[in-house]
Write a protein of this length. Structure first.
Length: 204
């Protein structure tokens, strides 16, 4: 995880994610069932929130940027995303994180792939969750909404394509009735060419 790697072992890894440190652990998942408040908040964000919020920083900085954008009734969603940001920050040992909350209604990243990151944490709040499969397998798994998915990327120390997990966004274009997803992605702060400080809020 770049310069953050030496600090990772100082933090207690949540039990559901402990297998991620194993050579044969390219993916770790934590089952969660969203509360009704969280489901309602996600639906309100889809209807009234920005299509995309993208930024990097500490959880505290992200909170000051995110809360003013939150539509009325979405506190449960904001609280949950920030709690996950703090968990990822402890897990990765990074002072800052890259935070992306996005409304998706098309076929985004529909090809199976491995990210050029160290660790990626995904949570789908509405709509079908991330699909994944082993590099040498054919079975495609679809993650339920609310579950947490932690994936090793190509920059994880010792990563190898042998036994790797590939993932993609589920194809949703053309479905009837139309489907909209709300997805949180947490990464190392420099993921995907993210600059030092360039918060983005778009749509609505």
């Amino acid at each position: 995880m770049g310069q953050a790697c030496p600090t990772r072992q100082r933090f207690a890894v949540p039990p559901a994610f402990r297998t991620i440190d194993r050579l044969d652990g390219p993916i770790a998942q934590e089952p969660r069932r969203p509360s009704r408040d969280l489901e309602r908040a996600a639906a309100l964000w889809i209807d009234h929130g920005p299509d995309l919020f993208l930024s990097r920083g500490t959880a505290e900085i992200l909170e000051t940027e995110l809360r003013p954008l939150a539509p009325l009734g979405t506190r449960a969603l904001i609280d949950d995303t920030l709690a996950l940001a703090r968990r990822y920050q402890r897990l990765s040992g990074t002072a800052e994180i890259r935070f992306r909350l996005e409304r998706i209604s098309d076929d985004s990243c529909r090809c199976f792939h491995v990210d050029t990151v160290a660790l990626r944490l995904l949570c789908t709040y509405a709509g079908p969750g991330v699909q994944w499969k082993y590099h040498d397998g054919e079975t495609v798994h679809e993650t339920p909404a609310g579950w947490l998915t932690l994936l090793k990327g190509r920059l994880y120390p010792g990563w190898s394509m042998d036994g790797a997990v590939l993932h993609r966004s589920p194809p949703i274009a053309g479905l009837a009735p139309p489907v909209t997803r709300l997805v949180l992605t947490l990464d190392h702060p420099d993921a995907c060419g993210m600059g030092p400080r360039q918060p983005v809020s778009s749509g609505r």
